[in-house]
Design a protein around this ligand. Structure first.
Ligand code: SF4
Ligand code: ZN
Length: 305
């Protein structure tokens, strides 16, 4: 077996989509080119943008930071990063340390915000409550609120997240299966909220399969936090992920076709189904909200904190 591009006999991967065999250098090159292609095709960046990377220290966010840094080196954009510490014992600490080291290595502005400091409670403490709604429900809402706030405080014009192909396909399938058409309208490479206070979100890795990002960080020798969240398999997302991965064994291009299919109907969906958002403010924290209380504050009220 030899590399389909350069003939190097040291092949490290057979690509799922194209069936190509690639050596290390050609593989790294293929990932970086594909991300740059997504950035151009979806118009994810504008010259002069200050992009805030939601940096957990895991493979996806570290890869996002690494590849976006090439745009920074070309003086096209500026970069900064925020790391949210949810308070998950024996899991998050390592990711935070790794995130700090990457930000220092690249010399970018970086902020670590913990749920404990921001809201007075950790995710582990929430999970000890009897009637909790599931870890990911709180984690997603609190993280989103913290990242949006950090973007405003740091003067960011875009927020980049590390969502990969697998994440996006899981989100599409989950929302179909749950009949959640409102959430379905919010997916895509670039998410713009109608409320001005919400910064535009971009997903540069949206077309890269998760396993290829895993291989990319190994090939580039990037320090990342590989352990999974202890709550991950309790989630509906975990169950959907298992089904999609099982299907992909027999149908290797199914993740791409799900994404392409969604992209074809996305604009119609947005036009027909997207809700009008009231431009109100949360009466407790002042963040933009369609209701009297934003989602984060209504959870805090229920939790009594
Ligand atoms: Fe948070 Fe759920 Fe992800 Fe764990 S799996 S980090 S609880 S969203
Ligand atoms: Zn609020």
């Amino acid at each position: 077996m030899q590399c389909s591009k350069c003939g190097n006999p040291k092949v490290i991967i057979k690509k799922e989509q194209s069936g190509q065999y690639l050596c290390k250098d050609c593989f790294i090159d293929s990932i970086e080119k594909k991300v740059i292609k997504t950035v151009r095709k979806e118009k994810l960046l504008d010259k002069g943008d200050k992009v805030l990377v939601a940096l957990s220290g895991g493979k996806d966010s570290v890869t996002t930071l690494e590849i976006l840094n090439t745009f920074r080196e070309l003086n096209i954009i500026d970069l900064c990063a925020v790391t949210v510490d949810e308070g998950i014992a024996n899991y998050r600490e390592e990711g935070v340390d790794i995130a700090v080291r990457h930000a220092e290595r690249l010399g970018i502005e970086h902020k670590v915000v913990s749920l404990k400091d921001e809201y007075g409670i950790t995710l582990d403490e929430i999970m000890q409550r009897e009637n909790h709604k599931g870890s990911c429900t709180y984690c997603g809402v609190f993280r989103r609120t913290i990242i949006n706030k950090a973007a405003r405080e740091m003067g960011a014009t875009k927020i980049a997240t590390g969502h990969n192909l697998d994440d996006e396909v899981q989100s599409i399938m989950m929302n179909y299966l749950e009949g959640n058409t409102d959430n379905l309208t919010k997916l895509g490479a670039k998410t713009e909220s109608k409320a001005e206070e919400f910064t535009v979100k971009i997903k540069p890795l949206r077309e890269i399969p998760e396993r290829e990002i895993g291989l990319y960080v190994v090939a580039k020798d990037l320090e990342v936090h590989f352990n999974g969240c202890p709550y991950a398999m309790q989630s509906f997302r975990g169950e959907v992920s298992e089904v999609v991965n099982q299907l992909s064994e027999k149908h290797p291009t199914i993740k791409y076709s799900t994404l392409r299919g969604y992209d074809k109907i996305k604009n119609v969906l947005k036009k027909e189904m997207q809700k009008e958002y009231a431009h109100g403010r949360c009466s407790r924290c002042g963040e933009p909200s369609a209701n009297d209380l934003c989602k984060a504050c209504s959870f805090l009220e229920e939790l009594g904190v």
